[in-house]
Write a protein that binds this ligand. Structure first.
Ligand SMILES: C[S@@+](CC[C@H](N)C(=O)[O-])C[C@H]1O[C@@H](n2cnc3c(N)ncnc32)[C@H](O)[C@@H]1O
Length: 233
């Protein structure tokens, strides 16, 4: 699959989040039940999960990989965290990890199968793959292209990709057809009502709205029901 333009991730170069994301605190709870040494975060963005993991689990070996050279350079300054550059759609490294994690990455690609398969291949037998993404309860996959139209030269505005929403059904079918997978579970993440993220100038950045006594994330493309997909090998 040819990967199209996606400027959105450049925001992570300047961004430093000190407060951990709610989804990553949710992950820490899921990890409490696991025995592991090596933890790999694929597509680490601003690196906030890598720092959280090293702080919370000092005896673990924490690894991060990303495709963006600017994010790699930034993360190489983090202490006691191993960083390498890799395109998860074309992985070259043979090393395997006990826990293989990616949040906010699955929806970037038009075909979710390749990412899931490559993550499973990076994980040791008896290890666990965790994928955090938004999914649709309906049987429909939404594959988007969008343009940021802030000037009048419309034809020259590049079309961008990376905001897709797959149905739970599609993901379940993919997982059922990968032989190495022993079992899997989809954990729905319920954001508390008091989690409030304000809308920013950048219309792709997600903000929260209130619905049925809880917070839901959305951006100008769609609402996002988040899940952690736990895959046991
Ligand atoms: C939306 S960000 C998610 C960042 C972070 N994981 C989080 O939850 O906040 C997507 C990340 O995936 C990385 N990425 C995009 N395509 C990739 C690829 N083919 N291989 C590895 N990383 C990739 C981007 O550079 C970016 O850091």
């Amino acid at each position: 699959m040819k990967f199209g333009k996606r400027d959105h991730d450049n925001l992570y170069v300047k961004e430093n989040l000190n407060e951990p994301k709610f989804i990553h605190k949710f992950l820490l709870k899921l990890l409490l039940k696991k025995k592991y040494i090596d933890f790999l975060d694929i597509g680490f963005g601003n690196g906030s999960l890598l720092k959280l993991m090293k702080y919370q689990c000092q005896e673990k070996k924490i690894w991060g990989c990303d495709i963006n050279p600017k994010l790699i350079n930034k993360a190489k300054k983090f202490k006691n965290i191993k960083i390498f550059k890799e395109d998860i759609l074309n992985p070259r490294r043979k090393s395997k990890f006990d826990i293989v994690h990616a949040s906010g990455v699955l929806h970037i690609f038009d075909d979710p199968h390749k990412l899931i398969k490559n993550m499973v291949n990076k994980c040791k037998t008896n290890g666990t793959v965790f994928i955090c993404t938004f999914l649709s309860e309906e049987k429909i996959d939404v594959i988007t292209r969008y343009k940021i139209v802030n000037n009048f030269n419309y034809k020259k505005v590049p079309e961008q990709m990376g905001w897709n929403k797959f149905s739970k059904n599609t993901i379940i079918n993919i997982l059922k057809n990968i032989k190495k997978i022993k079992k899997f579970k989809l954990h729905k993440i319920k954001f508390p009502e008091n989690l409030i993220v304000k809308k920013k100038k950048d219309v792709l950045r997600s903000w929260t709205i209130k619905k049925q006594k809880r917070s839901i994330f959305k951006n100008s493309i769609f609402e996002q029901e988040y899940f952690y997909i736990e895959i046991n090998l």
